[in-house]
Structures are given as C-alpha cells and as structure tokens.
Write a protein that binds this ligand. Sequence first.
Ligand code: SAM
Length: 322
Amino acid sequence: MSRARDSDTADEAVRSTCDDASICKRFAVSVGYWKDPYIQYFVRQAKERKAPEINRGYYARVQGVHQLLCEFLKKTECKCQIINLGAGLDTTFWRLKDENLLPKKYFEVDFPAIVSRKLYNIKSKPPLSKPIMETHNGDSLLIDAHSLDSLRYSIIGADLRQLKDMEEKLKKFGMDPQLPTLLVAECVLVYMNPDQSANLLRWAANTFSTAMFINYEQVNMADRFGQIMVENLQRRHCNLAGVEACQSLQSQMDRLLSNGWETAEAWDMIRVYSNLPQIDIARIEKLEFLDEKELLEQLLLHYCISWATKDSSDLGLAEIMF
Ligand SMILES: C[S@@+](CC[C@H](N)C(=O)[O-])C[C@H]1O[C@@H](n2cnc3c(N)ncnc32)[C@H](O)[C@@H]1O
C-alpha cells in the first residue's frame, strides 16, 4: 500500500472512533447515567448492551469534563469562547443552551467527513437545528458541505494537524484571540503523534493569552493493561500515535507546561470519579450491578483529565479544580 493510502486508512480508523464514543454515550444515557436529549439524533442505539464498567467510565468522563468546563464558564461569566477540538458528534453546545450557559461563541472542529455527517443530522433534525436558529441573529446561516457558521455556534471541517488552515477557518467564523478561550480535546490528542499534539498545544498557548485547555485521554499506558489497550486498538487498525505522552500524569503535565501553558494539573479518572458529587455517584451506582470492580478500577486508572491555564486577565483560572 502506498504511504498516502496508509495514512488515509489510519485517518479513517481515527474518524471511526467518533461513532464509538457517541454510541457508548448514547447507551449510557439510555440507562440513565446522565441526561442528553440530543445524542439520539446523532447515533443509533447500540445493538448490544455496554458493560457497566464502560458506562461508569463514560459517566466519569462526561461529568468530569463538563464540571471543569462549567467552572471556566463561571470564572469568565460566559464572556468567552469554547473551541471543541475533534468534537465528533459531541452535544455540549445544545446542552449548554438548555442550561443557559452558552459562551459568546461555541466552535467545533473535526475532519471534514465527520463535519458533513454532523451537518446532515443538524439540517435534517429540527431538535438540533432549532436551538442554532434560536440563538442566531436572523440573517441566513452560512452553511456549506463542511462548515456552518451562526451567531453562537460554528462547526468547521479541518485537520488539527494543519494549524494554519484551521486557524484561518476559525478566524473567518469570528474566533477572537482576545476573548478568554476554553479549548477542549476529549480523546483526541492520542491519535496525533507527539510533535503534532505539541504543535497544537503550543499554537493554542501562543494564540490566546487568557485560556484553559482541557484534555481527556489515556494515561499509565506503559503497564500491561495499557499495552493491551494499545494492542486492541491496533487490531482495529487504530494506532495510538500519541501514546508516548500518555505514560504518566507527570508526562501529561510536562507536555502542557513545555508548550507554553503556565499551570497544569492531571488527575486519573479514579480520582475524578471519587471527587464527583457523592449524591450522583450513589445514584448511578444503583443503576446497574457491577461485577467487575477491579476492571472498572483498571479502566479508570488508565484515563485521565489534564488541564492547563494561562491567565493574562487575572480571572483566577489557575484556581479551577474539581
Ligand atoms: C474518540 S473521538 C472523540 C469525539 C468527541 N471528542 C467525544 O469525546 O465524543 C475522536 C475525534 O477526534 C477527531 N480527530 C482525531 N484526529 C483529528 C485530526 N487530526 N483532525 C481533526 N479531527 C481529528 C476524530 O475524527 C474523532 O471525531
């Protein structure tokens, strides 16, 4: 196979991870782990049940990222923008609108092929398009095969490894480098090689002077369990090109700090899980019987949330914590 075709196949496998994530989220939502009335419009219901430990893992991931995101919105009083990198079929924009917590503008970036699928759903399903129209200013929407721009929501087809092109597209749709900015990468950086993710992190740190980066992905990948995770994905032709940065919580923080960010924290998901509101944990632990406690612990130990801040406006971003 030619090298170009090799990399097309690799990118295709990476793109397919967005279905996996959303199908798992939809399943967990259908069991009652959290509420998301929008995910049903993006992916079908899973044919088979997902294991309880997978559902609890997704619960911790979604709640953990959402909690930090809400802290950022609180600190900035929503006078900010959010850029969701590798957003896939994520529904945060719609959920924030329902919670009355929309930032000035919410951007999403993913490969053009994913964006056109997402746009197809948005265009054909009123529960998705109506909230975008309701927050728009009445002018006609700018929409083509690989992008949509409205007053509060934009989606852009771009490759996160082609920073110039991505930046141009973001600017065209009104990205404002002066505005406090939250960048979110949920299970995304690990699919890029270490130079590419470092470049993305450095670009973000250099572009925005008041900003936070939230990253959810694998950690502790050098041990046996981590190796098995890598092998399982490889079997599906999905290469974790960025696994090197996922060796430890320290390597996660080092990458952020060595690419222009001023503060960095990294928590494994065991710690995140045990810091989520106890009342919610008690509720979700009653939803399904969990046989494999050890497996859940192993899973939670091999994912983390790391976050970094830069704060030239002294908003107190460094204080953001679980
Ligand atoms: C595991 S999915 C996660 C999707 C979403 N963040 C979530 O958590 O539900 C990874 C996403 O990152 C996107 N992605 C990975 N590498 C990318 C790149 N170089 N450029 C654009 N998108 C990328 C994939 O297309 C996919 O939608």
